[in-house]
Design a protein around this ligand. Structure first.
Ligand code: ASP
Length: 455
């Protein structure tokens, strides 16, 4: 059995929805389909989820929201018209939006999640109805009925383990099932969404729950490129990549597949393939537990993400002072700041985090560290970019680090930081934001157009 998930651009209009259903109906193993909300139809378009967010903001601000609501209904009206379907669903859409607004206006966080969930929820109902009209027995199932039970944290739902047992029962249905992505139900019976882009997460949870043989993730590219194609012209695409590699690459900016979606799949080793709705016969990129390593694919991909801040602390004899790092990290914890990397030496540590984690409380954090940790020097730098070179087996092969540092040095890129310690499959370099694109280009050249590495 396969679970297939279709992203926003794949279900953005009638023409795309027809393509999706052609793909779905062409393979009897494609039993469970997860859909996103209608995404952008062209570059300047607005995603339905963003329209819903704007509707929520208007409701919250107490201003007239009728035009925004109408704009949302119109997105579905256009699709319904073009598919020559009856417009009964439109009334239902209007009623659902109004009833959420009425019931939840005093619980803004709940209202936000309920409204955001509507994009996928309406689309799933529409697509199921349409496929039935084409003579293919198809059933819409809400995440609540499917058994996706989640924690109660608005816009940050985590799946609860009980979901997996419930989801297994979906195997009993004979029809094709269409489930909206992006949200689940909490035990308190609230709609709670995953983070943005979370339909990938729904697909992963359902795949694990039904023990799918394959999770097909359909999007608008024929797989994952080895580097960002807006930086490197015509980069190579990746045939296969491991879960661990994918996690490291998506952390640093590879946006094709949500990094939280890997967790449910990793445990049961359910393979994923990223495919293109517009070119369904292209092989795509497989994400799985292991992969073959040869001299051309030692480095799986190169990514670079911007917007990091680094706190640097120096203290003479730091290595001898028991509990020093714990004190520093305790301060970050007090401000609910999560950090990403922590390269250290005998007398210094650098703590690297996304700038948005610290920007509102930076001075307070610095003051607390000064007061409570008795440091010799404390500095903060912004505008750091993180370059990640990712590849299984890289640490075993002589010359990879040399190749990368050489490429960066040749392009006159100053390395503000380097870390290959903890992760076996990646090298991390802290560089200036202004050097980010240059660094990706230079390392790509060396990794894929230079001399092959000896294995
Ligand atoms: N519609 C949601 C978003 O735009 C979730 C998704 O498409 O995966 O973030």
């Amino acid at each position: 059995m396969k679970v297939a998930k279709f992203g926003g651009s794949s279900v953005s209009n009638a023409e795309q929805i027809k393509k999706v259903l052609d793909i779905v109906n062409a393979d009897k193993d494609r039993k469970i389909i997860i859909v996103s909300a209608p995404g952008k139809r062209h570059k300047e378009d607005v995603k339905t989820t963003d329209l819903l967010l704007r509707l929520y903001e208007k409701v919250l601000a107490g201003i007239d929201y009728t035009a925004k609501k109408q704009e949302i209904i119109q997105r579905y009206a256009d699709i319904i018209n073009d598919l020559e379907m009856s417009d009964d669903l439109l009334e239902q859409i209007d009623d659902t939006l109004e009833s959420f607004i009425k019931q939840l206006k005093d619980k803004p966080e709940r209202l936000q999640d309920a409204l955001l969930s509507c994009g996928e929820n309406f689309n799933a109902q529409l697509i199921a109805t349409y496929n039935n009209s084409r003579g293919i027995p198809t059933r819409y199932i809400s995440p609540g009925d499917a058994g996706i039970t989640v924690t109660d944290l608005p816009q940050n739902a985590q799946v609860l383990d009980q979901s997996y047992e419930a989801l297994y029962k979906l195997r009993d249905y004979d029809e094709k099932l269409i489930i909206p992505g992006y949200f689940g139900m909490s035990r308190q019976n609230y709609v709670v969404t995953f983070p943005r882009g979370g339909s990938d997460i729904t697909g992963a949870i359902v795949s694990r729950g039904v023990r799918a043989d394959l999770y097909e993730n359909f999007t608008d590219v024929s797989g994952i490129f080895r580097a960002n194609p807006t930086i490197v012209p015509n980069p190579l695409s990746i045939d296969e990549i491991t879960y661990r590699e994918m996690r490291e690459l998506s952390y640093a900016g590879f946006g094709v597949f949500h990094d939280e979606a890997l967790q449910p799949l990793y445990k049961d080793r359910i393979p994923v393939v990223i495919k293109n709705t517009n070119r369904p016969n292209d092989t795509g990129t497989f994400i799985r537990h292991d992969r073959e390593i040869n001299s051309n694919n030692v480095v799986s991909g190169i990514s670079c993400d911007k917007g990091f801040t680094v706190l640097s602390i120096k203290k003479y004899l730091m290595n001898r002072q028991v509990g020093f790092t714990r004190k520093v990290l305790g301060i970050l914890e007090d401000y609910n700041i999560s950090f990403d990397h922590m390269p250290s030496g005998i007398d210094n540590i650098s703590i690297i985090m996304r700038s948005k984690e610290i920007e509102n409380v930076e001075q307070k954090v610095l003051n607390d560290i000064r007061q409570r940790c008795d440091v010799d020097e404390l500095s903060v730098e912004h505008d750091l970019a993180i370059l990640m070179i990712v590849g299984e087996g890289m640490h075993r092969i002589i010359g990879t680090a040399n190749m990368i540092t050489h490429a960066l040095a040749e392009s006159k890129i100053n390395l503000r930081m380097m870390n290959q310690g903890a992760s076996e499959i990646s090298m991390m370099f802290g560089i200036d934001v202004d050097d980010a694109d240059k660094a990706v280009k230079a390392t790509y050249e060396y990794c894929y157009n230079g001399e092959a590495l000896q294995i």
